[in-house]
Design a protein around this ligand. Structure first.
Ligand SMILES: Cc1cc2nc3c(=O)[nH]c(=O)nc-3n(C[C@H](O)[C@H](O)[C@H](O)COP(=O)(O)OP(=O)(O)OC[C@H]3O[C@@H](n4cnc5c(N)ncnc54)[C@H](O)[C@@H]3O)c2cc1C
Length: 487
């Protein structure tokens, strides 16, 4: 099959796979940075997927919790639409064969996570993402309409007159340029930009940078969520100790074994991450005491700890905050189309309005699934045209140790103007050729502009939340070029 004139989906996580599967029987090309089914945030998800399916729950309660976590920046209509599709997402996966935990009567076993007012986390023990990716990858490999290009990374987009017209990629067979006026960015998050992260190291925001270069607006870029409990054992990326472990009773302790979390161990993620970061800033280690939890409740997490010489049954688990999830991304409308015609975005790469300033735990797999379906529906009625595009020099896709160091030092949990300006000055010379540096620059510039603290964005020089800034902001490459920030 010729790739020209087909929709091209960039990214083989849950969001990209949903688009490709839901487009059937229409031919579609899937570019996947690694081996399909591996090295995606989707596959690493532990806690599960949030859906209001319990007998004491409904979509309005789930929506209320989501809006509370979002600190005033969620789009209520988007929240409602995505959350109402929760039961569909669970049913879709179950029909593909996902083996979710169930009670003896067949009802789904529901977990509890921070800031959820009900048990609503559908899970497959502590390896939910792996189970979801197992069934989605299997279905994609079996589908006749999907051409999968593995180990193939998008290195550039072609756009003309604010309309997308193609994709440049590096593939094992060499450089490839595909002419198409329908491209879907499903490239995931930005955690790999930071020195401490739970994300696959390929999650460096390259999709956001390529979209920005093509002229797309980006939204809420400053909002990066740091997970409070990554396993502090020297691995890069850092294994996650899911919030569900606290949901089952684990508690934070300091080096002396004393509890210190004011506001509760299951307070919203940003609050907990700040408290843990403050301990680290004072050179005090932080632990999660899970000794009362039976090992079989979290077999994957417990065995990861044991492989690092820590036995959670007998000793507290050392943890520290790590970059985990990006609320911001490519600004999209209700069809998940960006400000560049024909360029769509879904999953973590998109800023849909679901999360606002802070993501509610386990809402992102749900968003990946539901926005994947929205994109497929929007595309399915459109004619897609091929066209000639001229090959171009690829952008670099790797986040170097220098970039990761800059992001961690100046763009982490606590930020201020001086640090952000330093980050901008250091990233600027790198951003023209290096996609992760451009993504980082867009985050730094957005963080500098938001002169308040809200959700996951904490400015030590503006510690208060300012009601006058209770709105999403967008940034465009022209904002950087106008101020001389990007060549
Ligand atoms: C350790 C961990 C645990 C988590 N636990 C949960 C949880 O319990 N519940 C929950 O809801 N969420 C969880 N999350 C978040 C959630 O997993 C992600 O937000 C979600 O899966 C994102 O899906 P995605 O398809 O958008 O991106 P991903 O699954 O990250 O997929 C991105 C894809 O894009 C590819 N890619 C990137 N750049 C390029 C490029 N330039 N060219 C080609 N391909 C490219 C990657 O190789 C990958 O295939 C967790 C995240 C992590 C890291």
């Amino acid at each position: 099959m010729s790739a020209h004139g087909c929709p091209v989906v960039i990214g083989g996580g849950a969001a990209g796979l949903l688009v490709a599967l839901c487009l059937a029987p229409r031919p579609v090309v899937l570019l996947c940075g690694g081996t399909l089914g591996f090295e995606t945030a989707s596959g690493w998800a532990q806690g599960g997927i949030a859906a209001a399916v319990g007998p004491d729950d409904d979509a309005s309660l789930h929506a209320r919790d989501t809006l509370n976590a979002g600190a005033g920046l969620c789009d209520a209509a988007v929240v409602r639409r995505i959350i109402e599709a929760g039961p569909w997402a669970i049913d879709f996966l179950a029909r593909l064969g996902a083996d979710f935990g169930r009670h003896a009567d067949g009802a789904l076993a529901l977990g509890l996570e921070a800031a959820h007012s009900r048990r609503r986390i559908v899970h497959a023990k502590d390896a939910t993402g792996a189970e979801i990716m197992r069934v989605l990858s299997q279905a994609a490999r079996a589908a006749q309409h999907i051409t999968i290009l593995e180990h193939s990374s998008a290195t550039g987009l072609a756009a003309r007159d604010n309309r997308i017209c193609g994709v440049h990629a590096a593939t094992p067979a060499g450089a490839l340029s595909i002419g198409t006026d329908c491209v879907v960015m499903a490239t995931g998050g930005v955690g790999g930009l930071f020195a401490h992260t739970t994300n696959p190291l390929r999650a460096t925001g390259t999709g956001l940078a390529l979209a920005a270069r093509a002229g797309a607006d980006l939204r809420d870029m400053e909002f990066v969520q740091f997970h409070p409990t990554a396993l502090a054992c020297g691995l890069d990326p850092m294994p996650l100790v899911s919030e569900a472990v606290r949901g089952e009773g684990a508690r934070f302790t300091d080096g002396a074994g004393a509890r210190f979390m004011q506001g509760g161990d299951l307070a919203a993620r940003d609050i907990v991450a700040r408290a843990v970061a403050a301990k680290y800033a004072a050179d005090e280690p932080v632990f999660l005491d899970a000794r009362a939890i039976p090992a079989q409740t979290f077999p994957g997490i417990f065995s990861t700890c044991r492989a690092q010489g820590i036995d959670p049954a007998t000793q507290p688990i050392p943890v520290r905050p790590a970059a985990h999830y990006h609320m911001g991304g490519i600004a999209v409308n209700a069809d998940c189309e960006s400000s560049v015609a024909g360029l769509f975005a879904c999953g973590e790469a998109a800023a849909t309005g679901l999360h606002g300033a802070n993501r509610l735990a386990s809402n992102s797999l749900l968003e990946a699934m539901v926005t994947g379906r929205i994109v497929a529906r929007a595309i399915s009625g459109r004619a897609v045209r091929a066209g000639n595009i001229t090959p171009e020099a690829p952008r670099l896709l790797e986040a170097t140790p220098l970039i990761r160091d800059i992001c961690s030092k100046y763009m982490g949990i606590y930020r201020d103007a001086a640090g952000l300006q330093t980050a901008i000055a250091q990233l600027r010379p790198l951003a023209a050729r290096c996609a992760p540096a451009l993504a980082a620059l867009l985050i730094a510039q957005s963080a500098l502009r938001r002169r308040e603290s809200r959700g996951a964005h904490t400015r030590t020089d503006f510690p208060e939340t300012d009601a006058a800034q209770a709105r999403s902001t967008t940034i465009n490459i022209s904002d950087l070029t106008a101020t001389g920030l990007a060549a």
